[in-house]
Structures are given as C-alpha cells and as structure tokens.
Ligand binder design. Structure first.
Ligand code: NAD
Length: 472
C-alpha cells in the first residue's frame, strides 16, 4: 500500500466491528477477541555466502489462545511488517473458528525476498528463525504450529521440523510442530489440491440452496453452470478441475499474459500442457483470445473465481462484473468498494475468510496424523474391503445377479489417506457454508455473507472464552 497511514490490522478491526453489531457480546470481551495476545518481533544475524553478516527482521504473532495451539503460515516477503502479520494472525483466528478447526490464530513473517538468496542462505535463515521461536516458546505441537504461506513451501517446513526436533530431543510429537511438510517428513496426502477442492465444495453447497438460487435466478446444482477462473496456479487450476469434473462449463481462464474464452468449456489440464509447451495460455485450440486479461472478469457467467491476486475487482471494474456468484478463492480479491457495489447489484460474494480455508483444514488433519503417529486409512482400509467383499458376495448369492467390474471396485474400495482427507474437507466446507447461510438468512439486516461469516466467527470465539470461565 502506498498510503503510509493505511493499517491492514485496523481494516480487519473495522470489518470485525461491523459484524460485532449483530452480536450480543460484552464490549470488553469483543475487545479481547480483537487484540493480538503475543507479538514476538525479532532481529538475528546470518552470515551470507559472500561472508557478509546480514541482520534479518522477522515476526511471529499469536493472535488468540482461546484454543491451543495457534496456527498460521510463515511468509517470506519484502513487504512483511508487524501490522501485516498482526492482521493475518487475527484473520486466522476467525478462519479457524468458522471451519471448526480448534486452533487460535497465528502468523509469521520474515522480511526478505527469497529470490535474492541462495538455498543455503535460506536454509540458515529458516533454521535460525526456528531456533529463535524455540528459545521463546513460540513453536511446538501444543503451542504454535506454523505452515507455508507466500514465499515458503514444503522445503522450508522440512527445515523447521528438523531444527525443532534436534533442539527438542525425545519429544515424541515433534512432527506436529509445523504442517505443510513433505509426505516423507510427516505431511498428509491431499494437501496440494485442498484449497481448490474446498472452494468447489463451498460453492457447490451454495448452488444446492434453492432459496439462494431462486434469488439469483439460477437452477440449483453445479451442472451446466458457467465458470470463469482468474489464475491457473495451484488454487485456480484445482478449482477449474473440480468444477469441470462436476459438469460445470469453464468458459474462460485468465493468466497474467492474457485470457481465453471457449463457449463449450476449457479443459484445464490441456490448457496447462499448452502453456507449458508454448509459454502462454493464448492461442489455445478452439478458444478465442480476449483483448486484455482483465476482460475475463467482466464476462457473462454464473460463477467468477478470482484465484490469483488481491484487489483485482475494485470500484472501477466492479460495475461491469456480471457474475452472479463471486467465489473468493484468492485472499482479498475484492476491495471494500467492489464488495459494496456487487452486493448492491444482488450478486452473492462468497468470502475468502472461509471459502479458501481448505489449506488450514487439511493442515489440521496433518497435525492430527502427526499426533496419532499413524497414516489415515491404515487401520480400517483392509477391514472395510473385506467386509464389503463379504456383503457383496452375499447379495450376489441371494439375488443371483452380479455387479460389473467398475461398480464392484467402487463398492469394495476401502479408504486411503487421500479419500479420508477429501471427505473430511467436504464435511468441513459443507457445514461451514450452512452455518454462515443460516446466520445470513435469519437476519435481514446482515448485508452480506462476509459479515455473516464474521458474526459466526465472533460467536464461536466468544463462546469459547466464556466456556473457559475467563468472561463468565
Ligand atoms: P500460485 O502462485 O500457484 O497461482 C497464482 C497464479 O496467478 C499464477 O499462475 C500467476 O501467474 C497468476 N497470475 C498472476 N498475475 C495474474 C494476473 N494479473 N491475472 C491473472 N493471473 C495472474 O498461488 P496460489 O497458491 O494458487 O494462490 C492464489 C491465491 O489464493 C492467493 O491469493 C493466495 O493467497 C490464495 N490462497 C492460497 C492457498 C493455497 O493453499 N495455495 C490457500 C488460501 C489462499
């Protein structure tokens, strides 16, 4: 933000206050929920490959301990500052509450551009950061559990768990000190597609609600709905894939180099390969190139999925956005002004705060796996398959009919880790959507789904505080 007076944390507080008006909680309790409980601002020296010593600026914020541990990613970016980390930590508290993940919110940041450092320098920075967190008791499976965020991934998480485990010899649950690890280091299968799949499950549930579809003059269900996706990265690619597989028609995809349109639908996998070969999504066989990549946002469609950057729909282009449902897959794709314009037009904006919570939900499953020390499905897969074989054999005997091979393998299949992770994610996103909708539809004064999501989060965190006896 160019405006130096702008505070991301204050803007989160403003959204919170807007929603708090629809709750009945004590003012003091609301103040406690908003506040960041612990802020660790640190500086540490790291010797670079050329022999120089650089002082690194880094943060870890624990916004709320109403549930333990705290949870939230670590980002590596030039833009990191305390205000941003505080805001992101508070959003994690609300996000976790909405999707019933029993964690408080946390967030970490290291103020570096990772592209400017060698892998060895990044490893030293990450390990030293972890050691600082250990020294101050700011990390641990029961204290605070980081995860990947902007600029970090599996590799950094593997360094963190290795550093933590070597500083805490004998700690049996050490693997649960961080999530987003490689599967070989205690990660969970199904993490990669989790956010895109969560977006799909959330929107499918909205589309299955007759009262909302009636309001939007749409038929219930996903099948046949037209979808536009901005961004063919992790979230955009997987969202497009799950919508297409469920029978929706992905008519347009936008990337930074341009956008394409194909009325009978784009196969994201073929487009991905086309981009890999030609270096661009443009000139995809059977599709038309649009003049500008932002034109995709303004196309006639049922569902628009911005899955790339923040603030892409703003006061300038929002009046031209025609989508009836806006699925906030990215973080903050709408400015507050755009939000108001689209809400006034009658569009339904499904908010990022819960819609892109697939990642943190599956992180929770990874942490549970680490604490239980057993892969999901290991205990029940074979048992379920044996039982299903027995039931099917008996049914075939009694009916004197046999089931075809494809159906047979579907019926017999016992759950693998990825099946259980997907099913847990589906349950989470469906329940979260219903809870938010119930709040929105039961109070005509609540203007939009975002405010309803905040109300839901505030109610849950406040209830948790009162149940702890802190605010009787
Ligand atoms: P990514 O880097 O894999 O994908 C982003 C894509 O957007 C890239 O392919 C990039 O080329 C494209 N892009 C960049 N500028 C563009 C432009 N002007 N127009 C169209 N496309 C453009 O990142 P991601 O993990 O898919 O994350 C996307 C968004 O989702 C971010 O806002 C992120 O914070 C949010 N998010 C991601 C996760 C996750 O699990 N990955 C979880 C929650 C939220």
């Amino acid at each position: 933000m160019s405006n130096t007076n702008y505070s991301f944390f204050k803007s989160v507080e403003t959204s919170f206050d807007k929603a708090a008006k629809f709750t009945k909680w004590d003012k003091g309790l609301l103040e406690q929920i908003k506040a960041c409980n612990s802020i660790y601002s640190m500086r540490f020296p790291v010797r670079m490959d050329d022999g120089r010593i650089e002082v690194i600026e880094a943060y870890r914020v624990q916004h709320s301990q109403h549930k333990s541990p705290c949870k939230g990613g670590i980002r590596f970016s030039d833009e990191v500052n305390q205000d941003e980390v505080m805001a992101l930590a508070s959003l994690m508290t609300y996000k976790c509450a909405i999707v019933n993940v029993p964690f408080g919110g946390g967030k970490g940041g290291i103020k570096i551009n990772p592209k400017k450092y060698s892998a060895y320098e990044l490893e030293k920075i990450t390990r030293r950061y972890t050691a600082e967190l250990v020294k101050k008791n700011f990390i641990g499976p029961g204290i605070d559990v980081p995860a990947p965020d902007y600029g970090t991934g599996e590799r950094e998480m593997a360094w963190i768990v290795d550093t933590y485990a070597s500083l805490k010899p004998g700690e049996i649950d050490a693997a649960g000190c961080v999530t987003g690890k490689p599967v070989t280091q205690g990660g969970v299968r199904g993490r990669k597609e989790a956010t895109g799949l969560g977006v799909f499950y959330g929107i499918r549930e909205v589309c299955n609600m007759p009262e909302i579809m009636k309001k939007l003059d749409l038929k219930t269900g996903i099948e046949g709905k037209t979808v536009v996706v901005q961004g063919l990265g992790n979230v955009g690619y997987h969202s497009a894939k799950f919508f297409r597989e469920a029978g929706a028609i992905v008519t347009s995809i936008a990337e930074y180099e341009g956008a394409i349109y194909k009325a009978d639908g784009i196969n994201e996998e073929e487009l991905f390969l086309h981009r890999k070969t030609t270096g661009s999504i443009l000139n995809f066989p059977g599709a038309t190139n649009l003049a500008k990549n932002t034109d995709a946002l303004e196309l006639e469609c049922d569902i628009l999925v911005p899955a790339a950057l923040e603030n892409v729909i703003n006061g300038e282009n929002a009046p031209r956005v025609k989508a009836k449902i806006i699925a906030e897959a990215a973080n903050g794709p709408l400015t507050p002004e755009a939000d108001e314009i689209l809400t006034a037009k009658g569009s339904v904006v499904v908010p990022d705060m819960y819609l892109n919570a697939g990642g943190v939900t599956v992180s929770y499953f990874e942490w549970l796996k680490n604490l239980s020390h057993v892969r999901y499905g290991r205990m029940e897969k074979r048992f379920t398959e044996n039982l299903n074989t027995h039931i099917l054999t008996q049914m075939e005997k009694l009916t004197e009919k046999t089931v075809g091979d494809k159906e047979r393998s579907k019926i017999l299949h016992g759950p693998d880790e990825v099946d259980l992770v997907h099913s847990g994610l589906e349950e989470t996103m469906v329940s979260a959507t219903r809870e938010i909708m119930d709040i929105w539809l039961s109070n005509p004064d609540i203007p939009d789904m975002r405010t309803a999501a905040y109300v839901n989060a505030i109610n849950k965190v406040a209830t948790s505080y009162t149940e702890l006896g802190i605010f009787p």
